[in-house]
Design a protein around this ligand. Structure first.
Ligand code: COA
Ligand code: AMP
Length: 634
């Protein structure tokens, strides 16, 4: 079948408001929007400003009412605990109603913030859907972040209540959440009134009387009483959630997602981009703490009447590199979505895909989707070869909430070009520009920008920071959204994403700020100066590497200090930073105006070709950097 993509994209470009007005019909509105887009509202305009709806109602109730009550809504599979459970839409509704009732008893209402610090368990999804039901704004924090990062997010979002569990389970250890949460609350200037905690047998948490409440006790009681809570009418433009993501400093950006545009965009993608039908199983092997988890573990499948999967495990080691294949066979998964790093991990462990022979994935799997980092052609080719299904790279960001570019399976796939996430999705006018915001010719690298307005589902602003929203994204290229990615578009309109233009690095599909890490390194009492760069890593794509210059007069062993630095980053940012390499040097290479030459240091560490920058203060320092890297085996 010839792809309808070009016609659909042209129609969107010609009549964008008609296009999104049509897409909006997939939502059960309380008041259907009369205006599709108001260019004068908000920072760059607002979608569906006079529409009202409830996202939770759209994700659950309407399916229960329309014949899907007994269909699987959520599959939980936890190889780390041995638990498996499937929730029908009716069961999910009962659970969500119960948590919503408990939150209401806690005094949580429309517009209040609720922070969720949860492992990959169904209660994470249930908890945030309960927030959506009562109009509370949820903010999920990834479990791999440390107390300080959690405290920053508590301070910024000012949650009334925190939802948590006693622990998360990593293959090599039990991660006790409660001590981290207690420390975060003591560090934070803003104190939540209550904590609702799910006790897990792997690490039972101590409770603070009057503040901490046992999830099971309260929710089971609410379930026993069959309590229900009516979904609250929300404006399309009311925030549904805040999700923090790395900015160029240690203070993360609170990306806001609104209710209406989000629901419209999520449903549009399920059919047109992912080619999924209601009732099918679509598994995003990510974490609820990331944007992929928000969009494609919590919301899109449910809004669309499909089945979602909460997997508490890893691609390898739980128990082996056949984990993905087992899941696909066991649950008839139609499409799998994961990060390239997960496939690199599987390939490293099982290069000939021996584990795949034990499972029949062909009976259900139609497509593999990759995102979160650049999909290297080698990994894509390997995945295509072992699975025999299309492998689709697509490119997006926490800010956008859904793919900016992809290969729209539902509209008819375009030919795949390895190394490219294919083409701009309807809604996105993607352009490549130079520093003066002039378009560059096909094939030439430049900054990737998107013409305003951004489509529904994208961030309308940063939480309580309209000015930061403007400065971060809308000022450098007037009239455009700055993606902070660099790349090019080829003669056929295929987009290539080559890297970031800021200090963000991508470690195992996780977005991290080197600036944030530098703040931690600089806080060590013996460190005078530092620089953190991302260096190429076969498995994780990139890994952070920190250079430190010690204060004069420090006589302690550099090796001890380097170990302390590694521990400091783990304690302050969290294990997810995967910061393992600290290198002591005598000096850092700088320009004559004092700017650290991180770009050149990265090229050297990556063994890429490099030239001596003309502006370097002292070329001899580059030899010292090379020797230091060699010493550490980088
Ligand atoms: N809670 C607590 N700690 C966590 C955690 C969580 N939710 N998630 C990860 N960590 C820890 C890990 O245990 C690890 O700790 P360690 O240093 O003690 O080993 C550290 O954070 C780094 O984790 P990660 O970078 O994920 O490496 P890994 O070696 O555990 O796993 C992969 C490697 C490739 C298997 C894994 O990164 C993966 O599956 N990635 C998929 C990426 C993804 O889902 N991206 C989301 C966007 S699609
Ligand atoms: P996050 O906000 O955590 O989803 O990270 C977004 C960033 O990850 C993007 O700005 C890109 O730098 C990178 N990224 C995500 N998907 C891709 C992809 N398919 N190809 C290349 N880079 C990607």
């Amino acid at each position: 079948m010839a792809s309808q993509y070009h016609d659909v994209y042209a129609h969107w470009k010609d009549k964008p408001f008609e296009f999104w007005g049509e897409a909006a019909k997939a939502v059960d509105w309380i008041k259907a929007p009369q205006t599709v887009f108001d260019p004068n509202a908000g920072v760059y305009g607002r979608w569906f400003p006079d529409g009202t709806l409830n996202t939770c109602y759209n994700a659950i109730d309407r399916h229960v009412n329309n014949g899907r009550a007994e269909q699987a809504a959520l599959i939980y599979d936890s190889p780390v605990t041995g638990i498996k459970r499937t929730y029908t839409y009716a069961e999910l509704l009962a659970e969500v109603n119960a948590v919503a009732a408990v939150l209401k008893d806690f005094g949580v209402g429309k517009g209040d913030r609720v922070l969720a610090y949860m492992p990959m368990i169904p209660e994470a999804v249930i908890g945030v859907l309960a927030c959506a039901r009562i109009g509370a704004i949820h903010s999920v924090v990834f479990g791999g972040f440390a107390a300080k990062e959690l405290a920053t997010r508590i301070n910024d979002s000012e949650p009334k209540v925190i939802l948590t569990a006693s622990c998360g389970i990593e293959p090599n250890r039990v991660v006790k959440y409660k001590p981290l949460l207690d420390e975060a609350i003591s560090l934070a200037a803003v104190k939540p009134e209550k904590v609702l905690l799910l006790q897990r047998p792997q690490a039972v948490a101590d409770m603070i009387p009057g503040r901490d409440f046992n999830w099971a006790d309260l929710v089971v009681a609410a379930m026993a009483e069959r309590r229900t809570v009516a979904p609250v009418e929300m404006k399309a433009t009311d925030p549904l959630y805040i999700l923090y993501t790395s900015g160029t400093t240690g203070i993360p950006k609170g990306v806001v997602r609104d209710n209406g545009g989000h629901a419209v965009a999520m449903m549009w993608t399920m059919k047109n981009l992912y080619g999924i039908e209601p009732g099918e199983v679509f598994w995003a092997a990510s974490d609820v703490g990331w944007v992929v988890g928000h969009s494609y573990i919590i919301y899109a499948q449910l809004l669309y009447g499909a089945t979602t999967v909460v997997y508490e495990g890893k691609p390898i080691g739980t128990p082996d590199a056949g984990a993905f294949w087992r899941m696909i066979e066991e649950y008839n998964i139609a499409a799998l979505f994961t990060a390239p790093t997960a496939f690199r991990a599987v390939r490293k462990e099982d290069p000939n895909a021996e584990h795949l022979k034990r499972y029949n994935v062909k009976k259900s799997l139609r497509t593999l989707f990759l995102a979160g980092e650049r999909a290297d052609p080698d990994t894509v080719a390997w995945a295509e070869q072992i699975l025999g299904v299309p492998v689709i790279d697509h490119w997006w960001q926490t800010e956008t909430g859904w793919a900016i570019a992809g290969n729209p399976i539902g509209l008819g796939a375009l030919p795949v070009k390895h190394g490219s996430p294919t083409v701009a999705m309807p809604g996105y006018d993607v352009q490549i520009v130079d520093e003066a915001c002039h378009p560059v010719p096909a094939g030439k690298m430049g900054s990737i920008v998107v013409k305003l307005p951004l489509p529904p589902g994208n961030l309308p602003t940063l939480w309580q920071q309209d000015e930061r929203m403007k400065e971060s994204y809308l000022t450098d290229f007037p009239g455009f959204y700055k993606t902070a990615d660099a790349g090019f578009i080829d003669e056929e309109g295929y987009l290539y994403i080559m890297g970031r233009t800021d200090d963000i690095i991508n470690v195992a599909g996780h977005r991290l700020s080197t600036g944030g890490m530098e703040e931690v390194l600089a806080s060590h009492p013996d460190v005078a100066e530092c620089a953190v760069i991302g260096v190429k890593d076969e498995l994780k794509g990139e890994q952070p590497c920190g250079f430190i210059v010690l204060k004069s007069g420090v006589s302690r062993s550099p090796m001890d200090i380097e170990q302390e630095i590694v521990k400091l980053v783990r304690d302050k940012i969290g294990p997810v930073a995967a910061f393992k390499i600290a290198i002591t040097v005598n000096r850092l290479p700088k320009t004559r105006s004092g700017k650290i030459l991180r770009g050149t240091m990265k090229k050297i560490a990556d063994h890429d070709p490099w030239t001596m920058p003309a502006t370097i203060d002292d070329p001899a320092i580059m030899d010292e950097i090379m020797a230091a890297l060699e010493n550490k085996g980088v």
